[in-house]
Design a protein around this ligand. Structure first.
Ligand SMILES: [Zn+2]
Ligand SMILES: [Zn+2]
Length: 465
């Protein structure tokens, strides 16, 4: 029997507890300069390389309907494509564009209390979206209705049709060409098959909002008995998914929050999949802003708004940076060989000319088999002891914070980017496992070591230059 009743008569024992406030401490590392002992000599052209090129990118927005771009999602720990290569809907970057026909849905103001979800017509119908909240003895089914003003995009691990952007777990270091983890997949995924959905307004300013959970092939979202769920002040049902969808807006001082199935913002639970939800955060919404981070538990996504895409460097600019560095013919101060970054298409294994860096001081050399100190190495120029790794260019433009020259690299992975980019990511805590937060290199997801977590690079110019 299907019975429609007012929400205030449903189970009220599931209300939000307000005492679980998990505080995330934003890592406040000192931004000291790396301790270089020699004068910095960055090849001359690097300082203004970005200004040589115009920034009209292919992503510019035109007024034609089919080219309206809402924004992009980029998987952290990828460097231009997935470690094993992009395949169909499984890729490192997903562009959200206005659809030819609106496919958004919104909750209706009705709901049904039934014994089993299958007793609900909306739940059983393949034509209707619905969200079911499983309570101890009953199920509350909230039918969703079409919304001609919005487009919906779904994200998750499932490769089934309702998922627009298929996201798998990211293994730290998999994008580093000298690592062998390129094709490895974690044995057990923590990303939900129907993880979350983003609903974009089809009219300017094209606001994009994120909600936990996605509709499955039967157009249903089912919150099981163990998922936290409650009735809010306006008598609407809401809930969280098992591992949750966490959100951090670009103003990091607010830290990470959790977004609910209904789009509310909540403080973090005591642990990732705890059954007690965090307290509601009233002054925080689920609108994605440029730079918002979305954590799916196993992979983190970066949102770049379409309005700011033209401020980002493009891959062409990064190719030009590589070209300009190579034109300066930087040298290994010991071997006196000329160093060069491989071009993007060839950056799949270390080359003979690969620049290497001593992470303790930032001195760049070619590969030299010298100065072993246990696992670490001593720099022949300044005798600093630390890790010695090949340098790789950060190729994913979306992770750059500015158009600054590529003067720094992350410790310990050796990904090269601008100073502002290095500083930003070294101070951004990302969810790691179920309770920890770590800063990580955005290009390979390797956990950042030490303070500040990056080093200024010191190049040697050719002596005959
Ligand atoms: Zn040195
Ligand atoms: Zn890296």
């Amino acid at each position: 029997m299907v019975m429609e009743i007012g929400m205030d008569t449903t189970d009220s024992g599931q209300r939000v507890e307000n005492n679980m406030v998990t505080q995330i401490l934003v890592q406040s590392s000192g931004i000291g300069q790396a301790s270089g002992t020699a004068t910095t000599s960055i090849p001359r052209s690097h300082n203004n390389v970005m200004s040589h090129h115009n920034f009209v990118s292919s992503s510019q927005i035109s007024s034609h309907d089919d080219t309206v771009e809402y924004g992009r999602l980029i998987v952290l720990g990828t460097n231009g494509c997935l470690p094993g290569g992009d395949r169909g809907r499984r890729k490192s970057c997903f562009t959200l564009r206005r659809r030819s026909l609106a496919n958004g849905v919104k909750p209706s103001d009705k709901h049904q209390v039934v014994e089993r979800a299958s007793h609900s017509e909306e739940f059983s119908s393949k034509e209707h979206h619905s969200v079911s909240y499983t309570l101890p003895r009953t199920v509350v089914v909230v039918p969703y209705v079409r919304d001609s003003k919005t487009d919906m995009f779904q994200i998750g691990r499932s490769t089934e049709n309702p998922i627009d952007f298929v996201v798998m777990d990211i293994l730290p270091g998999a994008t580093i060409p000298s690592n062998d983890t390129k094709h490895a997949q974690p044995q057990q995924s923590t990303i939900s098959r129907f993880s979350c959905r983003i609903v974009c307004d089809r009219d300017p300013p094209y606001s994009a909002r994120i909600y936990a959970a996605g509709f499955d092939t039967s157009m249903n979202i089912i919150l099981g008995e163990k998922a936290p769920k409650w009735q809010d002040k306006t008598n609407r049902m809401d809930g969280l998914t098992t591992n949750g969808i966490l959100l951090m807006k670009p103003n990091k001082s607010d830290g990470w929050r959790e977004t609910s199935v209904g789009g509310g913002a909540y403080n973090l639970r005591e642990s990732r999949s705890a059954q007690v939800p965090g307290a509601k955060v009233e002054d925080c919404d689920n609108v994605l802003e440029d730079g918002t981070l979305i954590d799916l538990c196993g992979a983190t996504l970066l949102w770049r708004s379409s309005s700011t895409l033209k401020l980002m460097p493009t891959q062409r600019h990064i190719d030009q940076i590589i070209k300009d560095i190579n034109l300066e013919r930087p040298q290994c101060p010991v071997g006196l060989t000329t160093l060069a970054f491989p071009t993007r298409s060839r950056a799949n294994k270390p080359t003979e000319k690969q620049p290497w860096v001593y992470l303790a001081c930032g001195h760049i050399h070619g590969w030299i088999d010298w100065g072993w100190r246990g696992e670490e190495r001593m720099c022949p120029l300044c005798r600093s002891v630390g890790k010695y790794v090949p340098l790789w260019m950060g190729n994913e433009p979306a992770f750059y914070k500015d158009h600054g020259p590529p003067t720094h690299c992350f410790v310990p992975c050796g990904h090269v980017c601008s100073e502002a980019t290095a500083k930003y990511w070294a101070q951004t805590p990302l969810p790691h496992g179920t309770q920890a937060f770590n800063a990580a290199c955005p290009f390979c997801a390797t956990e950042i070591e030490g303070t500040p977590g990056y080093v200024k690079l010191i190049w040697q110019q050719p002596l005959d230059g």
